[in-house]
Design a protein around this ligand. Structure first.
Ligand code: UDX
Length: 461
């Protein structure tokens, strides 16, 4: 099939490359000429494992090309909208101007029979509005994307579910649509696009627009809630003398709860979770059901307090912050990404600097983007350079290379061997054995008395 993809950021570039890999002829459209030329050279404009190979393969084969001209989308059977829907300045409302602009540029090139497919995360009700703006004979589907940065290629080629929001007339027959989509309908077109994934047994849900739009925000709201639940338990543990890591560990054995997204630490960031829960709250308010998701404000507040608690932990470790030299390991919002949007790590570095600490930040991939977002901070490309002569080392993004650091070697180059692990990623016992004052968020590594073994102490965490 011929496929166009509008918006070539973290979502669209991966989607375009993955569609070429599935055997389609793909054109990716983006307004950023520099990004388009990097993509046409078969290179990735951001760090995403596996993407460079996919882009190189697709462009070399001639199945994948990129353009700044929406007219190049003419003739495609399916047009995917993959532009960003960031948070508006000064409110939680999603800013849809990129989406509206992409559709306005595409509209003159649509012909009857085309299917436009929204993948961007949008407030519920957006698809119905956009469908009404399409030319006659052009159908709209909403097909939310659940990929995680850092795993984007695999998540796109091996998704855990496909969700299609399709026009009312296609869902009117209830479950039937799911079994045999109406020929010529939006669901049938998407089935053809994703034929290989469906043959692999990926479950797909065909539903109405509103449910499909909500499928994405509900999932992200739930994930954010799980993370903040763990971090709320950490707040309690810190004053009650418990160990939050051990606590959520006990919960994770319950199959109904599971252990994913219960990591105790600095909390969530990135281009999705923070803005999606705020946009969900704002949209629910508009719909008069703000109370139904009022808890998301608390989820956001708990997440923000993780950063405050991390600042206080560094302050207490160092006996003050003013003038203290602090190395922050990590700037990306999570490992395997160079994305610093709403990054807890970068925000922590900023807050420490704001309290008078002399902060140097390092990251394996995100320094360039961090420097652009927070030019006031100092950066070092290597850990050894970042930690030389510091009063404290703060782990803020749990990159694998930081988990593997040698505490004895590092102790030799710092001024004071103080470690604050805000991600509960390091083996604090090993760091302590190498002479470090090692602390972590959530009251972990509390030394308790094990009554079953008199005279022995049990270290948890
Ligand atoms: C998320 C969703 O997972 C994905 O389905 C959706 O399509 C986009 O939003 P992503 O933003 O790439 O994906 O990141 P994710 O891996 O989910 O992590 C989000 C944030 O939560 C990161 O800052 C991460 O460090 C943090 N996190 C995750 C925790 O703080 N604790 C955890 O236990 C898990």
């Amino acid at each position: 099939m011929k496929v166009s993809v509008h918006g070539c950021g973290y979502l669209g570039a991966v989607h375009a490359a993955a569609m070429a890999q599935l055997g389609h002829e793909v054109v990716g459209i983006d307004v950023d000429a520099a990004k388009v030329s990097v993509l046409n050279a078969g290179r990735a404009p951001f760090y995403e494992p596996g993407l460079p190979d996919l882009l190189a393969e697709g462009t070399t084969r001639g199945a994948l090309l990129f353009s700044t001209d929406a007219a190049d989308a003419a003739g495609a059977d399916v047009h995917f909208l993959c532009v960003g829907t960031p948070q508006s300045a000064g409110s939680g409302v999603a800013d849809l101007h990129h989406l509206d602009a992409a559709l306005a540029a595409l509209r003159p090139h649509l012909r009857p029979g085309d299917v436009v497919v929204g993948k961007s995360t949008v407030p519920v009700g957006t698809a119905a509005r956009l469908a009404a703006e399409l030319p006659d004979g052009v159908r709209l589907a909403w097909n939310p994307e659940f990929l995680r940065e850092g795993h984007a290629v695999d998540d796109t080629l091996h998704p855990d579910r496909l969700v299609y929001g399709v026009p009312r007339d296609e869902v009117a027959d209830g479950g039937e649509t799911a079994r045999s989509p109406e020929p010529g309908g939006a669901a049938a077109r998407l089935d053809a696009v994703y034929a290989r994934l469906l043959a692999d047994g990926v479950p797909r849900v065909v539903t109405d627009y509103a449910t499909a739009e909500l499928a994405k925000v509900a999932a992200n709201a739930f994930l954010a809630t799980k993370i903040s639940f763990a971090n709320a338990m950490a707040e309690v543990c810190e004053v009650a003398g418990g160990d939050a890591v051990a606590l959520v560990g006990t919960m994770s054995y319950d199959a109904r709860i599971g252990g994913d997204y219960l990591g105790v630490g600095l909390g969530f960031g990135g281009g999705c979770l923070p803005k999606d829960i705020r946009a969900f709250s704002a949209r629910a308010e508009e719909l008069g059901v703000g109370r139904a998701v009022a808890f998301l404000e608390e989820v956001d507040a708990i997440n923000d307090r993780c950063r405050d608690r991390a600042v206080e932990l560094v302050r207490s470790a160092c006996g003050g912050l003013a003038g203290r030299r602090v190395a922050v390991l990590g700037a990306a919002f999570k490992p395997d990404s160079d994305d610093v949007r709403s990054s807890p790590a970068l925000d922590l570095a900023r807050r420490l600097a704001g309290e008078g600490a002399d902060v140097v930040v390092t990251d394996p991939q995100a320094i360039a983007l961090a420097q652009a977002a927070a030019p006031e901070l100092r950066y070092a490309t290597e850990v050894a350079e970042a930690v030389a002569g510091v009063d404290a080392v703060v782990l803020a993004t749990e990159w694998p290379e930081y988990r593997d650091l040698d505490p004895a070697a590092l102790a030799a180059v710092v001024r004071s061997a103080r470690l604050v692990d805000t991600r509960n990623a390091l083996d604090l016992a090993a760091w302590r054995a190498a002479g470090w004052d090692a602390r972590s968020l959530g009251g972990a590594s509390v030394v308790t008395h094990d009554a079953s073994r008199p005279g022995e102490e049990m270290v948890t965490g």
